[in-house]
Design a binder for this molecule. Structure first.
Ligand code: SAH
Length: 350
């Protein structure tokens, strides 16, 4: 089912958006407006629990004050477009205050509702198999624009979000300050445990180290995608500036500092990186690492010429890793019918 939704856009000034602010910051803000401190708590509740889109809606606020603040920027996006796949996965194109469009996905399972959020508008990494990478880069998202994606999916499903993965458009560690701010707000303001959040990165020199200093309890997922440096450079142009060994060293340090495991993602491209010897080579690199490997069979995109491997090939790859005592899972993308590959819906609608 495909539904076209286009609400009128509320113009917001990014500098002042109320969304993303903590209880203390909101309390300061209401006091600056000449209101008593307890209105900060009310504002926090109406922003994060009730999901108001205008301060006018906050019926517990004095009428005159509400009316004065009717146009005050909150920082919510509008749903520009939504598709619902037969497996109930919902993909959204969200329109930001400046008119730019991002992708967000809501993935329901029996017990969970996972949101896949974008961290940038587009992506500068230009990975060869990725639709977002083919579309170029516009700008970083603000923290509140990430928080908004979680609230939007929660409201649309009318169900609490249980998990958030930074696996939408963009490279989160190129926008680390806003991503960390968003993680804190999703955790403290929306109330989702840090252990239920995953940040996925292609690896940017020094940035995993920087993230570790925040000592968050989030899961770090690293998009390895290749079992040796040469093959990785062919798929991921930025890998030329970041060889495999220092990347893996930085991951080891992350585990030491945070006490959290690192997950490695590995896209499976037929005949390119899916042979049993690739699996053996990968296992060698990961020896002694407390880790989990997530295999992602390639989602075909229009702009690239790769193929998804057969089930038997995927099985054989998995077996090699298991025999080397590496825990492994295969992640089939949900909502394939609805332009599932990262950035594909946006590319096809704009
Ligand atoms: N920049 C982050 C997030 C990217 S999207 C990162 O690189 O990790 C999340 C995952 O989807 C990444 O592992 C990415 O490489 C993968 N991905 C992108 N395009 C894909 C495609 N067409 N098929 C399968 N996985 C894809």
């Amino acid at each position: 089912m495909t539904i076209q939704l286009e609400n009128q856009s509320i113009q917001t000034d990014d500098q002042q958006a109320l969304l993303g602010k903590s209880l203390d910051e909101l309390t300061d803000w209401v006091q600056q407006q000449g209101q008593p401190a307890y209105r900060g708590k009310q504002l926090h509740q109406w922003l994060y629990q009730k999901g108001v889109r205008s301060l006018l809606e906050i019926s517990v606020f004095p009428k005159q004050w509400r009316e004065n603040l009717a146009d005050y920027p909150i920082g919510r996006s509008t749903i520009h477009y939504r598709t619902i796949a037969p497996d109930r996965t919902r993909k959204y194109l969200l329109r930001l205050a400046d008119g730019l469009i991002i992708e967000t996905v809501g993935i329901p399972t029996q017990k969970r509702l996972t949101v896949c959020v974008s961290s940038q508008v587009g992506c500068p990494m230009a990975c060869d198999f990725c639709a977002t990478g083919k579309g170029g880069f516009s700008r970083n998202l603000k923290g509140h624009e990430i928080v908004d994606q979680v609230l939007t999916v929660q409201e649309d499903f009318q169900q609490r979000v249980s998990n958030v993965v930074f696996m939408g458009m963009g490279e989160p560690l190129l926008n680390i300050n806003e991503v960390v701010a968003a993680v804190k707000s999703i955790n403290q303001d929306i109330g989702i445990g840090q252990r239920s959040l995953t940040i996925s990165t292609v690896g940017i020199p020094g940035k995993i180290h920087q993230l570790a200093q925040h000592r968050l309890q989030v899961t770090l997922a690293v998009s390895l995608h290749a079992s040796n440096q040469r093959s990785r450079e062919q798929l991921i142009p930025s890998a030329r500036h970041y060889p495999l060994d220092p990347l893996l060293d930085e991951c080891r340090e992350y585990v030491q500092i945070t006490g959290r495991r690192v997950t490695f993602e590995y896209i499976l491209l037929a005949e390119v990186n899916d042979l049993p010897e690739h699996a053996a080579e990968l296992a060698k690199h990961l020896r002694g690492f407390q880790t989990h490997v997530n295999l992602i069979p390639y989602n075909p995109i229009q702009e690239a010429d790769y193929q998804r491997p057969s089930k038997q090939r995927i099985q054989a790859f998995t077996e090699v890793l298991r025999r080397k005592h590496i825990t492994v899972s295969v992640r089939y993308s949900r909502g394939l019918e609805a332009d599932a590959a990262c950035g594909q819906l946006r590319a096809s609608r704009i």
